[in-house]
Design a protein around this ligand. Structure first.
Ligand code: MG
Length: 385
């Protein structure tokens, strides 16, 4: 029996993790979980999952919940997330938080001797170096939940890392893959949120529409699989059937295929090296018939090129890229800026940021704050024009 702490339980990955756990009550038990502000979703979760401890974002919610559930313990805020991660009565932290807020709980979990199943890619984009060092120092494992990285992880099984030639990360191209840059000028939030293949949370769906998400996934792969950026390629693949591939030195390419359903990567991250049955959408290659692959156009998707640039230069630039994106992405969703301004903000933030090495958590927090302030100032100035 694996005991889990689940962070971000009310989101898309969180609810699907609960579904996987409920399909295998003999394998997994969730002992603690967190949600942000969605208390209605939490109440539904607590009908199905009996946990001892819950963390919510607001203190007022924690107080009210304690009255409704006197037998449970309620924590709150970012400190509460870290307290959950540091508990000594569980085996694997499932991190399904969205954004940089996921970094500290991941680090704390590793430092207190836990393995992590990671859906929070921002953890590795921002703090990949520190997480990488902590994993080696504390001899812990990180299992990818992102579908592309789960695919790569599966394609690596039984082969030698030294014989990998390159990773091929597939990209659907998101909601606007058939539009020119000219046609992107006036797109709405609703249009951006309608992803053709995957049903995901709002932030990542926007990140997919401008391909910041794919750029993040390149960085994520760099840290997860210990390969330099010249050995990580992106391939456009609109059907989202091949979830990613690994090419070996003999040019053999191994691909992982399946339906666009996150429950497989979630389950595999929790059961590796074993496989278990999973009730999933029916997947039939003969119904799909044809698969397409193309080179990405980095002029059309400049944020993909930016992620390579920031990753190769290293230091604080990945953290700046991430925090500028968090602000710009949220501003677009609130209708404050047009879609293409997301790119302008992030590119300018990375190019204007004074370069700094990152050796400590404080260095990361400084870089994160710099990117946030830069993006907010940019948006304020744009609003005054
Ligand atoms: Mg992905």
């Amino acid at each position: 029996m694996k005991r889990l702490v689940l962070l971000g339980a009310s989101g898309s990955i969180g609810t699907q993790t609960i579904d996987v756990v409920l399909q295998h009550p003999d394998l997994f038990e969730i002992i603690a979980l967190s949600v942000g502000h969605r208390i209605d979703v939490l109440q539904k979760i607590l009908e199905k999952v009996d946990v001892k401890v819950v963390c919510v974002q607001a203190e007022a919610d924690a107080v009210k919940l304690k009255e409704a559930y006197p037998d449970k313990e309620f924590l709150h805020g970012d400190a509460g997330l870290e307290t959950l991660a540091e508990r000594n009565d569980y085996d694997v932290l499932v991190n399904a938080l969205v954004g940089f807020v996921g970094f500290m709980p991941t680090l704390k979990a590793i430092e207190t001797g836990h393995d992590v199943a990671l859906a929070n890619k921002e953890t590795l984009v921002v703090g990949g170096k520190l997480i990488y060092e902590a994993l080696h120092k504390y001899n812990r494992s990180l299992y990818p939940i992102d579908s592309e990285h789960s695919a790569i992880f599966q394609c690596l099984q039984g082969n030698k890392h030294s014989q990998v030639r390159r990773l091929l990360i597939t990209a659907s191209g998101g909601s606007f893959r058939n539009r020119t840059r000219d046609q992107l000028k006036d797109v709405t939030v609703e249009q951006a949120l309608a992803h053709p293949n995957w049903s995901m949370g709002a932030k990542i769906t926007i990140d997919s529409a401008d391909m910041m998400n794919k750029g993040f996934e390149v960085t994520e792969a760099h840290w997860l699989f210990d390969l330099d950026y010249d050995h990580i390629d992106v391939v456009m693949h609109p059907e989202s059937v091949v979830h990613s591939m690994v090419e070996y030195v003999d040019h053999s390419i191994i691909a992982q295929m399946g339906s666009a359903d996150m429950r497989l990567p979630i389950q595999y991250a929790l059961t590796w090296p074993e496989r278990y049955p999973l009730e999933e959408k029916k997947f039939d290659l003969t119904e799909i018939g044809t698969l397409h692959f193309e080179k990405p156009d980095t002029r059309r998707f400049p944020l993909l090129a930016l992620a390579y640039e920031a990753g190769k230069k290293g230091g604080n630039l990945d953290a700046v890229m991430n925090s500028a994106n968090e602000v710009a992405n949220a501003a677009f969703r609130k209708g404050e800026i047009p879609f293409l301004m997301i790119e302008d903000i992030i590119i300018e933030a990375v190019h204007k940021a004074p370069f700094r090495e990152v050796n400590t958590v404080q260095d990361l927090l400084d870089a994160d704050a710099w990117g946030r302030e830069f993006a907010l100032a940019y948006i304020r100035k744009a609003g005054e024009k």
